[in-house]
Design a protein around this ligand. Structure first.
Ligand code: GLY
Length: 372
C-alpha cells in the first residue's frame, strides 16, 4: 500500500510513459485507472527504441544528457522487474551502439561529439572504418569512422509495450478505453463521462497540450517516419549493435530486433498532426540506410509507419506538478523509452509526496514560471 492510503490516480495516456507510470503506481499500492481510447498506438508503437543518451548527446543539451544517463542506468533493473511482473520478455538488448559517419562533415560532427563527451567525463573510443567493420561486418565501405558506445542500449518497443500492459494489469491497473478531453484537479473529463481522482497524471504525448492550460502551447508534434525491414536468407545479417549515423548530415539509425529485423529511422518534420508516410521520407530512409548497410537492398520491407514525437522548446520533458492534484509526465520528444524508468520513478515519488531524483528538476514545469 502507499503511505497515504489507496489514493485514486488516473493516468491519461497509454504509451510507454503512461503505462510505466500506471504500473509502478499500482504496484506501490495506488488505485490506478489508465484512460486511453487506443493504448500503445501512438509514438511508442512507432519508436526505434534506442536507449542512447551518449550517442544522441549534443552541446547545449547537458540537462538532457544527465536525465538520459540517469534513466539508462535504471533500465537493466526496470527490465528485470518488468519481466518478472509480466511473465514476458522486456525487449531489452544489451549489445551497445556505434555512431558512424560517412563524409568529412559527418566525421567532423563525430569529432565534436567525442570532444564534448570527453569534457562531460564520458570518453568514447574513436574507431576507423576498418575497426568498425571488424565489429559489424555488414557495415559498408562508405562508413569511414565512428565511435563505440557500448553502454548505450536498445529495447524492442512493441515487446516492451506488451510487457508493460501485462505488468500494469497484473498490478491492478484498470484500463478505460475512452478519449480524455480535459484534466483538472479531482477529475478527468471524458467524451461521455467524468472520472474522479485524487491525482491525475497527464502522459498523453502530443495530445497533452490540449488537456490542461499549463501545457497549452508547450508541446508540439514532430513527425518521424520509420521503416521496418528483415534480413532474408541470402542477405548479410543485420548488425547486432544499434548503428547511428549522421549520413551526409541527416540523422539516421538502424536498431536491431531479436528476430533478424531492423528499424530504420527516422525522418524529422514539423507538419502538425500528419501521420501519413511520404514517398520522400521512405526514399531518404532507404538511401541513408544503404550508405551504412549496403546489403539492406536484399532485405524484406515489412512496414512503414509514422509517429508524432511530443517536442518541447528546450527538448526536455515535462515531469512535475502543473497544479495541486495534476501531474505532467509528457514531452519526452525523442526519448520516451529511454526516459520511462526515471519518469515512472519520479512520478511515484511525487505521488508519495516526496522528491524525484535530482536530474529530474530540470524537467519541472516550473521552469516556465507557471503556477506551482
Ligand atoms: N529516438 C529516435 C527518434 O525519435 O527518432
Amino acid at each position: 500500500m502507499s503511505e497515504r492510503g489507496a489514493e485514486r490516480v488516473v493516468v491519461v495516456g497509454g504509451g510507454v510513459i503512461g503505462t510505466s507510470v500506471a504500473w509502478k503506481a499500482a504496484a506501490a499500492g495506488f488505485r490506478v485507472r489508465l484512460v486511453d481510447a487506443a493504448p500503445a498506438s501512438g509514438a511508442s508503437h512507432v519508436a526505434g527504441g534506442m536507449l542512447a543518451p551518449i550517442a544522441e548527446a549534443w552541446p547545449g543539451e547537458e540537462e538532457l544528457l544527465e536525465l538520459g544517463t540517469a534513466s539508462l542506468h535504471r533500465w537493466p533493473d526496470f527490465a528485470d522487474e518488468l519481466s518478472r511482473a509480466s511473465g514476458m520478455p522486456s525487449g531489452l538488448r544489451r549489445e551497445g551502439t556505434l555512431v558512424v559517419g560517412v563524409d568529412a562533415a559527418d566525421r567532423a560532427d563525430l569529432d565534436r561529439l567525442a570532444d564534448y563527451l570527453a569534457q562531460r567525463g564520458r570518453t568514447v573510443a574513436r574507431l576507423t572504418g576498418r575497426e568498425l567493420r571488424r565489429l559489424e561486418p555488414s557495415l559498408g565501405p562508405a562508413v569511414r569512422g565512428g565511435l563505440e558506445v557500448p553502454g548505450d542500449l536498445a529495447v524492442d518497443n512493441r515487446v516492451a509495450l506488451a510487457a508493460l500492459r501485462a505488468a500494469a494489469t497484473a498490478a491492478g491497473v484498470e484500463f478505460v478505453p475512452a478519449h480524455a478531453r480535459s484534466v483538472r484537479p479531482g477529475a478527468v473529463e471524458l467524451d461521455e463521462s467524468t472520472v474522479e481522482c485524487d491525482v491525475a497524471v497527464i502522459a498523453a504525448g502530443v495530445r497533452s497540450a490540449e488537456l490542461h492550460p499549463g501545457l497549452s502551447g508547450r508541446i508540439r508534434p514532430i513527425k518521424g517516419e520509420i521503416l521496418r525491414v528483415r534480413a532474408r536468407g541470402t542477405a548479410l545479417p543485420p548488425p547486432s549493435r544499434t548503428v547511428r549515423g549522421p549520413v551526409h548530415g541527416r540523422q539516421t539509425y538502424l536498431v536491431p530486433r531479436d528476430d533478424g529485423g531492423l528499424v530504420l529511422g527516422a525522418t524529422q518534420h514539423e507538419v502538425g498532426f500528419d501521420t501519413q508516410v511520404t514517398v520522400g521520407g521512405v526514399r531518404d530512409l532507404i538511401a541513408d540506410a544503404e550508405q551504412l548497410l549496403p546489403g539492406i537492398s536484399e532485405y524484406e520491407l515489412v512496414e512503414s509507419a509514422a509517429g508524432l514525437r511530443p517536442g518541447t522548446d528546450d527538448n526536455l520533458p515535462v515531469i512535475g506538478h502543473l497544479e495541486a492534484g495534476v501531474l505532467a509526465a509528457t514531452g519526452h520528444h525523442r526519448g520516451g523509452f529511454l526516459l520511462a524508468p526515471l519518469t515512472a520513478e519520479a512520478v511515484l515519488a511525487l505521488l508519495r509526496g516526496g522528491e524525484p531524483a535530482a536530474e529530474v528538476k530540470a524537467a519541472d514545469p516550473g521552469r516556465w514560471g507557471g503556477h506551482q
